[in-house]
Design a protein around this ligand. Structure first.
Ligand code: ZN
Length: 170
């Protein structure tokens, strides 16, 4: 396993459509392992193959419930709406408000090319939508309501700091 370099906004590879995986090869399995390692090292909740420069339909996601590897994923059902903060490892230090469905069901193949389904709400639904967009060459920055902001300026972080300070007092 090895860390791969994460491409950042402006790199044309991020705006290209990815090709379907027809056969799982040792090379693609290695890519999946490297993508997981790269995602965990960067403390992200998801990573798509084009973010490491490979135009294949593969994403990895972990919202804290274990790794999900999706090959040739497709959203087959979605409902509801959520609006919340979104970021991307290819847009370091920034975030923006994006509206997404609150529930998503997706079908994909696993690393052994066996079909499976994933259902998710909230963060998992958001992560699935975000990562699948990458496979179409769509960056979340094109879907932001309002402006991107620096993550350090986000109100949530200030609240967390206050809570930690309160804990220390007690
Ligand atoms: Zn992203």
């Amino acid at each position: 396993m090895a860390l791969r370099q994460i491409r950042t906004l402006g790199d044309p590879v991020l705006e290209k459509k990815c090709r379907e995986v027809k056969e799982m090869t040792p090379r693609l399995k290695e890519l999946v392992d490297d993508m997981l390692e790269t995602m965990y090292q960067a403390e992200g909740v998801g990573l798509a193959a084009p973010q490491v420069g490979v135009l294949r339909r593969i994403v990895v996601i972990d919202v804290g419930e274990g790794p999900i590897v999706m090959v040739n994923p497709q959203i087959v059902e979605q409902s509801g709406e959520q609006c919340g903060q979104e970021g991307c490892l290819s847009v370091p230090g920034q975030a923006g408000e994006v509206t997404r469905p609150n529930y998503v069901k997706a079908q994909a193949l696993d690393v052994n090319m066996q079909p499976f389904e994933v259902e998710g709400t909230e963060l998992l639904a958001r992560a699935i939508c975000h990562e699948l967009d990458h496979l179409e060459g769509i960056m979340y920055v094109t879907k932001v309501n309002g402006d991107l902001y620096n993550v350090e300026d986000a109100p949530e972080e200030e609240e967390e700091t206050e809570t930690e300070a309160e804990k220390e007092e007690n």
